[in-house]
Structure formats: structure tokens, C-alpha cells
Ligand binder design. Structure first.
Ligand code: HEC
Length: 120
């Protein structure tokens, strides 16, 4: 994100601001995570964790351990992405736990494709 006029930068900074607002949440609180996601995540990851932006990941039903690990990796630089690194940098441990609790609590159902590939 070299260009300071890059629109993603503005989105990321605006969202980073929201993530700084105190949530008053307990660690791993689904409701607190849902509230936080509305302000900070849903514009890309969708209201129920199915991404609305093609390059963002679906988070619905993902394991809390995986979500927590990825958010910590973005935060500590082990994993890097121009948007997620900025967003995760603003998250406190408890907020990461709440967000992971919320997205992992969403139930997902999988189905065979309409025209399934042959069984291997
Ligand atoms: C401006 C768009 C945007 C916003 C807002 C955003 N994300 Fe992301 N997120 C992305 C993109 C794009 C990726 C894919 C990163 C990559 O390619 O490595 C991603 C990846 C992730 C991943 C890794 C998923 C995986 O399968 O490894 C997690 C976890 C995640 N985001 C959580 C969040 C949470 C929680 C929030 C809110 C605090 C949030 N994101 C806000 C765009 C966004």
C-alpha cells in the first residue's frame, strides 16, 4: 500500500478506527464479536461471514482456533496483507477471541455441486 491515495488505505484506516472503540466484552463472547464485526469486518467478510468481496475469505463456521491464529499472525507480522495487517494491528486479544467466537458460531451447510465430479 504505497500510494496514500489508495482507496483501500482509507477503508482500512476508517475501519481501524472503529476497532479502537471500546467493546467492553468478555473474551470469546459471541454477541460482542458480532457487534464488533458489524463495524469492522462485515463490509468485506459479509454480515454472516460469507465474503462479499471476491478476494476476502469466508469466515462463517471456520474454527475459532484457526481464526484466532490468523488474526494473531496478521497482528504480529507473520502473515501479511495490506488490509488485514492494518485491521488486526488494532485488535486486542479479547477482541480477537470475541470475533473468533462469533464467526465460528455461524452454522454452515455444504452440499455436493449440482453436477458433482466423479468420485475419485
Ligand atoms: C477492507 C476489507 C476487509 C475488512 C474490513 C476485513 N477483512 Fe479480513 N480479509 C480481507 C481480505 C482481502 C483477506 C484475504 C487476505 C489474504 O489474501 O491473505 C482477509 C482475510 C482474513 C482472515 C484470514 C482468513 C483465512 O482463511 O485465512 C481472517 C481471519 C480475517 N480476514 C478476519 C477479519 C476480521 C475479524 C475482520 C474485522 C475485524 C476483518 N477480517 C476485516 C479483507 C478484509
Amino acid at each position: 500500500m504505497q500510494d496514500k491515495h489508495d482507496p483501500w488505505r482509507r477503508v482500512a484506516l476508517a475501519l481501524a478506527f472503529f476497532t479502537l472503540l471500546p467493546s467492553g466484552a468478555e473474551a470469546g463472547d459471541v454477541t460482542a464479536g458480532r457487534i464488533k464485526a458489524v463495524a469492522a469486518c462485515n463490509v468485506c467478510h459479509g454480515r454472516l461471514g460469507i465474503a462479499v468481496m471476491p478476494t476476502a475469505a469466508n469466515l462463517a463456521g471456520q474454527s475459532a482456533d484457526y481464526l484466532t491464529a490468523q488474526l494473531r499472525n496478521f497482528r504480529n507480522g507473520k502473515r501479511q496483507h495490506e488490509v488485514m495487517s492494518v485491521i488486526a494491528a488494532q485488535l486486542k486479544d479479547g477482541e480477537i477471541d470475541d470475533l473468533a467466537a462469533w464467526f465460528s458460531s455461524i452454522q454452515v451447510e455444504v452440499k455436493e455441486p449440482a453436477k458433482p465430479a466423479a468420485n475419485p
